[in-house]
Design a protein around this ligand. Structure first.
Ligand SMILES: *Cc1c(COP(=O)(O)O)cnc(C)c1O
Length: 341
């Protein structure tokens, strides 16, 4: 298969259409058989549920080429399960989990020319989502939905080297107690836009959201979970019912325990403890881990000993081990690598 003529290493993170996308429609209580299509447009009624009441949920994962030349995705079964729980919370029909993995597989196969080569640092980002398509004006769930998956090649996350982030403790809340913080829904992102735009204006890379009830505990950023390392090399990550269960964070916890023999605590983390941490990182599909160098809490700077020019040593070990597993340089736990071709 002939690869597209793309400057993989210099790609950014933007939408570049590929040849195929996968579409299945839900009507009269069932999903149709679904198919690949070359049509990148969605035509829906002006009153569609997604447009009026934001009934939409999504996922994000990537396909890439391993050291031995296989095209794979990482733990897509967990994306399938999470999309289901997100959909059910918004009164949307779940897309069957085995069909989700099959749709992703078909899509990546069809767009294999867009899967970046091993070593380029680039990946093929895959975006599955479900949205309400039929007219809804009284507030209720839609009756008809579309499940769609498209993909777009994206460049290396740490282009030009690792740059630790500066984060502010945010005065806006991301998720209410008993709300929707634990699902991957567009609505959680719509309300985060003002917070991220103002953070950028003030020179911060990201927002650290606190628990809305007490505003004393660390939750997550707009799109990534936190991971900390204590001064005695324990990995600590926030436990909260209102954060999104990151697949990267869950994988890193396993890697920390089973590959690196580190002690891991998943527990509530108070803002007052941050000054005692040795390392801090953000976990998500895009970067795996982005190191955080500094957190600013209303004028008080918390600077991690790992500094502003590199990843902390434990963060680096976690990063190298998980990316090693993903790229096929290290043996993966059973079921983590889904081979496409
Ligand atoms: C997607 C997402 C993450 C990261 O999850 P991964 O499965 O690791 O990509 C973290 N927080 C939020 C709010 C997210 O939407």
């Amino acid at each position: 298969m002939e690869k597209k003529n793309i400057d993989w290493s210099n790609l950014g993170f933007g939408y570049i259409p590929t040849e195929y996308r996968y579409v299945s429609n839900y009507k009269n209580g069932t999903w149709d058989e679904g198919a690949l299509t070359t049509d990148s447009t969605v035509v829906i009624n002006e009153c569609a549920g997604v447009l009026q009441y934001a009934q939409t949920v999504f996922e994000g994962l990537k396909a890439y080429t391993t050291e031995d030349g296989r095209i794979v995705t990482f733990r897509p079964d967990l994306n399938a399960a999470r999309l289901e729980s997100s959909a059910l919370r918004l009164e949307m029909p779940a897309f069957p989990q085995d069909r989700f993995v099959d749709a992703v597989t078909q899509l990546v196969k069809a767009n294999a020319a867009y899967v970046p080569p091993y070593g380029s640092g680039a990946t093929l980002y895959i975006r599955p989502y479900i949205f309400g398509t039929n007219p809804v004006i009284g507030v209720k769930p839609a009756d008809e939905y579309q499940f769609r998956v498209f993909c777009t090649p994206v460049g290396p996350y740490f282009k030009g080297g690792v740059r630790p982030l500066t984060i502010r403790v945010c005065d806006f809340d991301r998720a209410a107690p008993h709300g929707t913080g634990h699902i991957k829904a567009g609505l959680n992102y719509a309300m985060s836009l003002h917070a991220i735009v103002t953070a950028h204006q003030e020179g911060y890379d990201e927002n650290m959201y606190l628990d809305a009830a007490t505003r004393t505990k660390v939750e997550e950023t707009g799109g990534a979970n936190f991971l900390f390392v204590t001064k005695d090399n324990k990995v600590v990550t926030p436990k909260s019912p209102t954060i999104l269960p990151s697949i990267t964070r869950r994988s890193l916890v396993h890697v920390a325990k089973e590959y690196l023999g580190l002690e891991v605590e998943e527990r509530e983390i108070y803002v007052s403890e941050l000054k005692d941490m040795a390392e801090c990182g953000l976990c998500g599909t895009a970067a795996v881990i982005s190191p955080v160098g500094k957190i600013v809490d209303h004028g008080t700077e918390i600077c991690f000993p790992s500094g502003m020019s590199q990843m902390g040593p434990i963060t680096k070990k976690l990063y190298d081990t998980l990316t090693g597993i993903q790229m096929g340089r290290l043996e993966a736990p059973e079921g983590w690598i889904h081979v496409i071709e």
